[in-house]
Write a protein that binds this ligand. Structure first.
Ligand SMILES: O=C(O)CCC(=O)C(=O)O
Length: 272
């Protein structure tokens, strides 16, 4: 059985997640889990797989990103299967269960200028449904100036933005004909809705799969390591999207319309 979080979200926090599409939760992962995630990031950075990338421009410090590192980094696998994230995700989604989709790693060494582009996560992924939550956790003290930024309420806009690559904002082969809209810069019309928080290791920024978010570069003198885990609830269905899915799961054995609830996407939390 997986561990409980240090605390569960309050009703007010769950309501804020539902209304705003993002909520910062103070002190929900115990320090031992943060240490384990730091070990996992080290393991992942010493190895590589098909989604391991260094996406900085020539001559810049490393901006390391990765998906599905839990398959090769035992510390991340342990965090996912035994740690507090699954129960936290289920509580936020008001779901009776939480299936693990995959993890992400975002390490910005001091001096990285590149932004994490504005985007919604779900249009990259193989999930349809409203119960999908991303739990983003910094592994270093993270002032709001370098922390994740979310656009309040954007998960309720009814807009599905065309996913783009952080490296060069190029796309994945889905466009207007498929119902995907060019991403907007929220600073133009939604500047007042951009929220970000001073965060410490152990705090989690939980955001909905359709919430628009991004992150600044890391101009300061400290590393900015962060990981996320993505969880799917009762209504999550598998969907094949046009173009390239990132990440894709060619051997998951599911087809469009199947519930995301299989050994491949393990049900880590289930309400008693
Ligand atoms: O941490 C970052 O820079 C970006 C994170 C992100 O886009 C995500 O968690 O989906």
């Amino acid at each position: 059985m997986a561990a409980h979080p240090a605390r569960l979200p309050t009703d007010a926090e769950i309501e804020a997640y539902e209304t705003d599409g993002a909520v910062a939760l103070k002190g929900v992962y115990q320090p031992e889990w943060i240490d384990l995630l730091r070990d996992g990031v080290d393991e992942a950075m010493q190895t590589s797989d098909r989604y391991t990338r260094r996406i900085q421009d020539e001559g810049e410090p490393d901006f390391f990103t990765d998906y599905i590192a839990w398959k090769r980094a035992p510390a991340i696998e342990r965090f996912v299967m035994e740690g507090p994230a699954a129960e936290l995700g289920a509580a936020l989604m008001r779901s009776s269960k939480a299936n693990f989709l995959f993890d992400g790693i975002f390490v910005k060494e001091p001096g990285v200028t590149k932004r994490s582009s504005w985007h919604q996560d779900q249009p990259y992924y193989c999930v349809e449904g409203r119960q999908i939550v991303v739990l983003w956790v910094p592994l270093d003290p993270c002032p709001a100036s370098v922390s994740l930024q979310c656009v309040k309420g954007s998960h309720r806009w009814g807009t599905t933005f065309r996913p783009v690559k952080f490296r060069d904002d190029s796309d994945f082969g889905r466009g207007a004909d498929d119902g995907y809209v060019d991403p907007v810069d929220p600073n133009v019309e939604h500047a007042g809705d951009i929220i970000s928080f001073d965060m410490e290791p152990g705090d989690v920024l939980a955001f909905h799969g359709m919430t628009m978010h991004g992150a600044p570069g890391n101009p300061g003198p400290h590393r900015r390591r962060a990981t996320n885990s993505t969880w799917v609830g009762d209504d999550g269905l598998y969907i094949e999207r046009p173009g390239v899915m990132e990440p894709d799961f060619p051997d998951c054995g599911l087809k469009t319309g199947d519930p995301i609830d299989s050994a491949y996407f393990p049900r880590v939390y289930e309400r008693a």
